[in-house]
Design a protein around this ligand. Structure first.
Ligand SMILES: [Zn+2]
Length: 133
């Protein structure tokens, strides 16, 4: 973390998934970032157009407009328990590592082609507002 704090503000999310620069610098979203999203009442990464890790360590978040929200990786712990390597049903799934989404069929398996680090997927959610708490 220290190296980054001394540097410049960095995009950690672009278009609902972890940014290429965050992947390259091995700054993955992770729990701390999820906490920042929860504090600001986001329920999933598909609501986030961009997020920047400021040099202060704080996270600035630019949301998508309501009609631009897309399915994304949930950031609430209860919804992160259902992790799949083999998909249980047709639907949109989000990469557990980077939040990249993919439509998959029942019994499908896949490696994430965006972060190339993962084959574990979480059912994506697409709500606009946080309604389930
Ligand atoms: Zn991924």
């Amino acid at each position: 973390m220290e190296d980054i704090l001394e540097g410049e503000p960095m995009y950690i999310i672009r278009d609902g998934k972890v940014s290429k620069e965050a992947l390259k610098n091995k700054v993955l979203a992770g729990d701390e970032f999820f906490a920042s999203l929860r504090f600001q009442n986001f329920s999933h990464m598909g609501q986030v157009k961009a997020a920047i890790l400021e040099t202060s360590g704080e996270v600035s978040i630019l949301p998508f407009k309501d009609d631009e929200v897309k399915p994304g990786l949930p950031v609430w712990p209860d919804l992160l328990h259902n992790m799949y390597k083999v998909m249980p049903a047709d639907g949109v799934y989000a990469c557990y590592t980077c939040g990249s989404t993919k439509h998959m069929a029942r019994d499908e398996k896949a490696d994430c082609t965006f972060c190339k680090k993962n084959n574990v997927w979480i059912e994506a959610i697409s709500e606009v507002k946080k309604e389930f708490v």
